[in-house]
Write a protein that binds this ligand. Sequence first.
Ligand SMILES: Nc1ncnc2c1ncn2[C@@H]1O[C@H](COP(=O)(O)OP(=O)(O)OP(=O)(O)O)[C@@H](O)[C@H]1O
Length: 384
Amino acid sequence: MFSIRAKKRRDGFVLDVDIEVSAPGVVALFGRSGCGKTTLVNIIAGLLPADEAHIVIDGWALDKDGKSLLAEHRGIGYVFQDARLFPHLDVMGNLRYGEKRAKTRSVQNNENLRINPRRDAPRITLDVVAPLLGLEPLLSRRVHQLSGGERQRVALGRALLTRPRLLILDEPLASLDAARREEVLPYLEKLRDELAIPMIYVSHQFEEVLRLATHVVLMDKGKVLSQGSLDELSLHPELRAIVGPEAVGAVVHGLVESVDGGTGLANIRVGANVLRIHLREARAGAHIRAQLLARDIILATTRPDNLSVRNIMTGTIARIVPDDEDTELVYVDIGGASILSRVTRAASVALDLRAGLQVWALVKSVSIRGHAFVEGPARQQPAI
Ligand SMILES: Nc1ncnc2c1ncn2[C@@H]1O[C@H](COP(=O)(O)OP(=O)(O)OP(=O)(O)O)[C@@H](O)[C@H]1O
């Protein structure tokens, strides 16, 4: 899908990255403040010259004969923290600006831009983008009459209408409060699931990465620490130092097998086990992603009975690593997926936990609520 090699020296800071992403979707650039995320996306967008760079998006190189393309010829849409809308135009005017840019570029490049890797993805026009982002009621509003979340949705729409090969979102929710972030996130999920435009999403909020990413690039001090699927990266030992011990937990993917009409619990196959979760939007056949926080997973060495907990998974301990002074992180293979449990060292010794031991991993449905999300077109319209 795309490959990015870039080097840049800025005062005491050195960016040196090599990123390869072969599948379409959302690539999250994740890392602490100051690790170089914005420097990197500015280089990709052509807003900052690199010392060395070779970037290829969907077979299209952003340099030719040793010269890098100007930002306006790159076919990259950019959404910043602040929406940067044109205040003298209404919402429709801002969106039309995006459309005009797409046409100019198409003529300049003398080509009919092919942007959607998925055959069934719709052509990006105002008629598609306005309902997708819930912009129809806002079209005649002026910029000062919009909330922060609405502004970001308009900025997204404008960027999409330039029909980019790649959409860069640099902390697009950072200036919003929690309620507004919740309002915009479902729209970003819809973009990922319905338009299939490659996106680079910069964030230092793991919750956003959990909701949106298909591929994660973990950055530290200008370097790529690790890159891979969200599931793989959720198990990375370095993540703890970035997200904090309470947010450590494996991300798993699952398939909704059925929803119990009586209890409202969805039965979700994850590896060799079935999780039961209350998930309002779940329909049979839908795919979900969920984070199982390490602090919420209880381990037992015999099959427990007569418990209120709805989820009892069987698995085998893969390895145990020290966590903090008194705790350990236990990696459990549950057949096709891995989960993490944080246990006290005292419990680990008492239960004689060790690699290869069969265990039962318990988690309450209510602990997963709020950490599980439906993926794909099966999701309902966001409620606004
Ligand atoms: N204009 C500049 N001149 C010199 N150094 C800069 C400049 N802008 C940023 N830097 C430095 O480059 C490094 C990377 O900054 P960058 O903004 O890319 O990080 P970031 O991961 O995006 O951080 P944040 O999440 O806070 O936005 C930092 O050490 C920063 O101080």
